[in-house]
Design a protein around this ligand. Sequence first.
Ligand code: 5GP
Length: 180
Amino acid sequence: MRSIDDQGYHFEEWLTPEQIAADVKQVGKQISRDYEGKEPLFVIVLNGAFVFAADLMRALDGLRCEQTFIRVSSYYGMATTGTLEFIVPLQQVVENRDVIIVEDIVDTGLTIHQLKAHLRGLGATSVRVASMLFKPNKLEYDDAKPDYIGHEVSDEFVIGYGLDFDGFNRNLDAIYKVKK
Ligand code: 5GP
C-alpha cells in the first residue's frame, strides 16, 4: 500500500485510481440518465473539484452541457473557518438553468448549503450536487447531502485527487487518509 508523509502527518492510500475511475463512471452514468434531453450547467467548485470534474465531464454519456467555475474557501489547514468566501465569483448566467454543482467533498455541508442558496437566489431552475466524496457523519445541513456521490468516507481527513493539505497533494492520483 502506498503512503505519503507531509508536515508531520502520515497518510495511507485508501481509494486507488482504479476504484476512483469506477466511482466516477457510475456518477457520470447516473447524471447522463437523469438529465437526458436537458442542457445542464455544471458549476465546478475550485480548487478541489478540478480533478474530479475533468474526469466526470468525460464520463458523461453524450450529454449536451456547459461548464463554469466558482472559487470559494472555508478551510484553513485541517479545520473549517465556518464562513464562505467567494474568491472567484460566478461568471455565467444561471437563471432558468438546471445547475449541477461539482464538489470534491461534502463535510459539514456549509459550502454547499450556502452555494445552493446563492444559485437559487440567482434564479436557477434546479440545483443538484455531485461530489466525489461525502462524510455522512459530519453533515450539519440537511439540504447539502449530495445527489450524486462517488464514495462515502468516514470522518478522517483525506488528500489527493484534487483534495489538498494546505495547497499541496492535489495531484496525487489516489485518495489518501490521514493515520494517527
Ligand atoms: P464543508 O463546507 O462541507 O464543511 O467542507 C467542504 C470543503 O472543505 C471541501 O470542498 C474541501 O475543500 C474541504 N474539506 C472538507 N473535508 C476535507 C478533507 O477531509 N480533506 C480535504 N483536503 N479537504 C476537506
